[in-house]
Design a protein around this ligand. Sequence first.
Ligand code: APR
Length: 245
Amino acid sequence: MKREDIHGAARFLFSCKPWLVLTGAGISTESGIPDFRTPQTGLWEHYDPMEILSRGVLLHRPEIFYGVGLQVLLSFEKAQPNRAHYILAEWEKRGWVEGVVTQNIDSLHHRAGSQRVMEIHGHLRSGYCLRCAKQFPMEELEKQVMQGQIPPRCPCGGVIRPEVVLFGDLLPPCFEEAVQLAHRYPLLVIGSSLQVSPANFLPSYAPSLVIVNLTETPFDHRASWVLRGKASTVLQLLHEELESL
Ligand code: APR
């Protein structure tokens, strides 16, 4: 990535602010959370998501879901936001970011201070009863699983499941909000392979596109600017350039 790319992308972004931001697992790898598809280290190199994190496994093989799938997801709950998360929160405060659409379930955007966060793949902060829809903090699910109660159950007898969007689930209502915003605002994509639908519909709706990613994506050819580098490094360079405008 050349200095003039940062210079050009910053001028472009400054001229069309505010932007909608779409983040993927790549923004959290510098917080110690592996992404899904990077060769050797990606989570899906070691687990088949359909085997451990699908709606079907939750309902029919809860011992696999709660014994393996949820443990994999919860093993990163100590992760902290990194510089990229904090810069996005700062840009929102300045009115440069309209909102963050994230595919991530790690809550790091919230913890970095971003206010308008659309978690289109859900989150791991809580769960709900499949029978009566009663809400539970994740700690309650973890406590029951640790005590051998698999699947965790609501006092009404129903199974409690996490809010995370599983393979086979519908996306939450905030995805519709993300689609509306994507039609109106330039889209800044950070740390996503853009291989998973329907999140990867958003770049097609946006009036313009800037991509920050370590590797190529199927949408690079549509982007006004592609910045090939680590999210925290690139966002810091963009931040310094934007501050000078
Ligand atoms: N900086 C920038 N890009 C990075 C960094 C980094 N520090 N680390 C990794 N990347 C890039 C990788 O090169 C990859 O292209 O981030 C991208 C992450 O892509 P995926 O692993 O496919 O993650 P994501 O796009 O978020 O996956 C979408 O797939 O399995 C589902 O539900 C899961 O939300 C996830 C969805």
